[in-house]
Design a protein around this ligand. Structure first.
Ligand code: ADP
Ligand code: MG
Length: 252
């Protein structure tokens, strides 16, 4: 589904990604783990086309993503959440989800004017999808709340919901459990499972919470200092000596 090959990306003299290659198969829940500064978010920013690597390629199905613009990525079927939640703070939950849905709504000012009927039909489809996501992620009771008034855990869930509203085939989640308490992590695990099983969405997630990773991930990749150090089952990667040493090194 997604194949990343030999990506190199530097910020000044700092090589954030130093020859990263891996792929994601349809139906997988792939966890990308690694200590802070390993380059995990940078990988997401390369896939989303925020950063241009100096070498390497990113293929998504038949598409060469490096030939695409950032705004085209969502309509190709890739949605993401951010390590620091990115929502419209002064809008309601419902409004945020309708914006998330926008990538799937064909829009053209002239056509909207001439074919008001078709526009209304699209609007209805969008509303229906948003309702389905509100139900799936237990957000109905918050639908009219303004995002800035919500607790942190609820905002994380709204951000997830907004990404799902784009009807992606591939969902990139940057630390979905960070900052959540154990009860909220358990809820998050359920929602991610539902997203995977009921909607059939493939997930690539960066996550530090190994409890969540062990519960959900079908495969795991450890990124350390901009390189893939190990990949395999969660247990295999967790027990890898070099991976353990890398975590200790950064903790020290
Ligand atoms: P992770 O998500 O694994 O914690 P990041 O991908 O955020 O790590 O960062 C990898 C490295 O790239 C770090 O050394 C970080 O400081 C650097 N980096 C990331 N984004 C930028 C940026 N926009 N400008 C400069 N350096 C950056
Ligand atoms: Mg990060």
């Amino acid at each position: 589904m997604l194949t990343i090959s030999d990506i190199v990306l530097s910020f000044g003299g700092n090589k954030a990604l130093d020859g990263v290659s891996f792929s994601v198969a349809p139906g997988e829940t792939l966890a990308l783990i690694g200590p802070n500064g390993a380059g995990k978010s940078t990988v997401f920013n390369v896939i989303s086309r925020y950063y241009r690597p100096s070498t390497g390629s990113v293929r998504y199905g038949e598409h060469d993503l490096l030939q695409r613009q950032a705004h085209e990525i969502a309509s190709l079927g890739i949605a993401r959440t951010f390590q620091n939640i990115e929502l419209f703070e002064n809008a309601t939950v419902l409004q945020n989800l309708l914006v998330g849905r926008h990538a799937r709504t064909p829009s053209n000012w002239g056509r909207e004017f001439l074919f008001a009927g078709a526009t209304r039909a699209n609007e209805l489809i969008a509303r229906r999808k948003v309702e389905e996501v509100l139900d799936l992620l237990d957000l109905q009771h918050l639908r009219n709340e303004v995002v800035r008034d919500l607790a942190y855990g609820a905002r994380k869930n709204v951000e997830l919901a907004r990404a799902v509203c784009a009807e992606p085939q591939l969902l990139l989640l940057d630390e979905p459990a960070s900052g959540l308490n154990p009860e909220e992590v358990a809820d998050m695990a359920f929602w991610l499972k539902d997203i995977r099983e009921e909607l059939g969405i493939t997930i690539l997630m960066v996550e530090h919470n190994m409890n969540l990773v062990a519960r959900l991930a079908t495969r795991c990749i450890a990124l350390v200092s901009g390189r893939v150090l190990a990949q395999g089952s969660v247990a295999e990667v967790q027990s890898n000596r070099e991976v353990q040493r890398a975590y200790l090194g950064t903790a020290a």
